[in-house]
Design a protein around this ligand. Structure first.
Ligand SMILES: NC(=O)C1=CN([C@@H]2O[C@H](COP(=O)(O)OP(=O)(O)OC[C@H]3O[C@@H](n4cnc5c(N)ncnc54)[C@H](O)[C@@H]3O)[C@@H](O)[C@H]2O)C=CC1
Ligand SMILES: O=C(O)[C@@H]1CCC=N1
Length: 255
């Protein structure tokens, strides 16, 4: 199986690293980009080429440029009979079918954790995709982590929580780190403590039969310091802050 990427930015790079992490042969990965393809190809030992060559060499073509570039790029390249997987946020199957009418189109919304095989991706398939093609695409995403088929109406909220979510988790880790530094820790040490805490907590929740609130309360000993902190989060309407940020994410329209 050969994999082509049109675009070599943050998301494409994460996916290519994820394929290599899953032991895909670097010789089977092709990338095009007017900006970074050559240096990335040298770094990852994959193939850089112009976009049409990438398409022609690939069994699966991933569109990983910005959403507002679809019409122009779709009109200048020939994708006939290719399986095309778009990761362009907010671009629907109908948009893809219009811009790339002769292909087998898939809408995907991944996240950057694909780079280490820990991705979380939503998928929607065009009507002309058959069972064998569906299997090929599903297997491709399984190399990069978890994937689910989702109604297109739910892509916006999936994108906010799973696609943008890593940024929000990194923001929380950064806030913990800053608080650690403000209270006397050295920065690298504070970052390491915060990161390991988030990593361990997500794993504990993932391996537990409990929900997040039950585990949260299990940390707060009666009359202890955690309850003081949780009360402070509550007083400052932490849930409301998160809900508003997610709503802003969901409602944002790409230029
Ligand atoms: N960054 C993320 O975590 C996620 C990004 N996405 C989607 O991935 C897409 C790319 O986003 P990022 O990687 O964050 O942006 P980015 O700005 O890092 O990458 C965009 C890439 O497109 C390339 N490009 C521009 N014009 C091109 C052309 N004519 N032909 C080929 N390549 C061209 C650029 O050189 C660059 O490599 C977007 O559509 C975004 O909605 C989806 C989910 C998560
Ligand atoms: O920021 C963005 O538009 C993309 C969609 C999800 C994550 N990054």
């Amino acid at each position: 199986m050969t994999y082509g990427f049109i675009g070599a930015g943050n998301m494409a790079t994460a996916m290519m690293k994820g394929l290599l992490h899953a032991n895909v042969d670097p010789a089977d990965i092709y990338v095009s980009s007017p900006h970074r393809a050559k240096s990335l190809a040298e770094e990852l030992h994959i193939n850089a080429a112009d976009s049409q060559t990438v398409i022609d060499h690939s069994d699966i073509v991933v569109l990983a440029f910005l959403p507002n570039q679809l019409t122009e790029i779709g009109a200048t390249l020939n994708f006939t009979n290719k399986i095309v997987v778009s990761v362009l946020a907010q671009i629907t199957i109908a948009d893809l079918n219009q811009a790339i009418p002769n292909a087998f189109n898939v809408r995907a919304l991944p996240n950057i954790n694909s780079a280490i095989g820990q991705g979380n991706t939503a998928l929607a398939f065009a009507d002309n995709i058959d069972a064998a093609q569906n299997k090929i695409v599903t297997h491709f995403w399984q190399l990069l982590g978890n994937s689910v088929t989702l109604e297109e109406e739910q892509f916006a909220i999936f994108s906010a929580i799973a696609g943008s979510g890593p940024a929000y988790v990194f923001k929380f880790i950064d806030a913990l780190t800053k608080a650690g530094v403000a209270n006397g820790l050295e920065e690298t040490q504070a970052a390491s403590i915060a990161t390991q805490t988030v990593l361990g907590s997500a794993s504990t929740l993932n391996q537990s039969d409990s929900d997040a609130v039950t585990l949260m309360n299990s940390v707060a000993s009666p009359g202890g310091s955690t309850r003081a902190g949780l009360d402070n989060f509550e007083a400052n309407q932490f849930d409301d802050v998160v809900a508003k940020a997610i709503l802003a994410t969901v409602n944002h329209k790409h230029a």
